[in-house]
Design a protein around this ligand. Structure first.
Ligand code: DGL
Length: 258
């Protein structure tokens, strides 16, 4: 039976969702959390739709079985492909993440924003519909960050060629006039320092949608009278072995110091 003490479950293909967990945990430190990273499937950003769908459903089934009171899909790619179906299939409260196009458009002075995301997020219907609804005379530059998830899931050492890859993506958006860069993949905030270094003194803002997820989570839990004031545990688990679970945990604490 779900109650206040039941965990909030967070799912991502790998460690990217930790950037969401960090923000939610900051706002709601007395909740219990279970984080599930499907390291075995990662990266999913270029997989066929049917595979991303079954990876997402599988993760949600695991987390429902673990007694979660709410699921946060902390993966833009899973949201882009599966959110409609997931909402049809499950009655549990679900919070999903999508690129923060609206705040970027509202803050842009140049009228150009960049969205850096996986290929499937860029191709996905939700982002297309969001842009169709919100974009009037502004321009959105979409860039697929191929290879970035692999960097984040790697050994934490940034090689010169990886630096150039990140630089190439950032410059592609800035050279077309973008003054706001939306991070449309939850892995990318791990690279924020490098991105800021590349941007330097130019007037370009990086937008991470994770803080707005925390607001949604709190609202939804309050509506269902499920807010917890007595918890505070975080459990890290994955589709891989203990080594990967430890990798997730280590990266969570690394993130806290970024
Ligand atoms: N963190 C996932 C996202 O937000 C990464 C996708 C991947 O595994 O490529 O899209």
């Amino acid at each position: 039976m779900k109650n206040k003490n039941s965990p909030i479950a967070i799912f991502d293909s790998g460690i990217g969702g930790l950037t969401v967990l960090r923000e939610v945990q900051k706002s709601l430190p007395y909740e219990n959390y279970i984080y599930y990273g499907d390291g075995k499937s990662c990266p999913i950003g270029n997989l066929p739709h049917s595979e991303i769908m079954s990876i997402t459903i599988n993760a949600i089934n695991i987390l429902v079985e673990r007694g979660a009171k709410m699921i946060i899909i902390a993966c833009n790619t899973a949201t882009a492909v599966a959110i409609k179906k997931i909402r049809e299939l499950y009655s549990i409260p679900i919070v999903a993440i999508e690129p923060a196009v609206k705040p970027a458009l509202n803050s842009s002075k140049s009228g150009v924003i960049g969205v850096l995301a996986t290929q499937r997020t860029i191709d996905g219907k939700p982002l297309k519909e969001l842009c169709a609804r919100l974009v009037t005379d502004q321009k959105v530059v979409f860039v697929a960050g191929n290879g970035l998830v692999e960097i984040v899931e790697g050994d934490g050492v940034l090689s010169a060629s990886n630096y150039s890859l990140i630089e190439g993506y950032i410059e592609e958006m800035i050279s077309q006039g973008a003054d706001q860069i939306v991070l449309g993949c939850t892995h990318y905030p791990f690279l924020i320092k490098t991105m800021q270094e590349i941007i330097g003194s130019r007037n370009v803002t990086i937008i991470n949608p994770a803080p707005s997820i925390a607001v949604q989570v709190e609202k939804l839990l309050a509506t269902d009278a499920l807010l917890n004031k007595n918890g505070g545990k975080i459990e890290f688990c994955s589709s891989l072995d203990k080594r990967y679970n430890d990798f997730i945990e280590k990266n969570y604490y690394k993130l806290l110091s970024l």
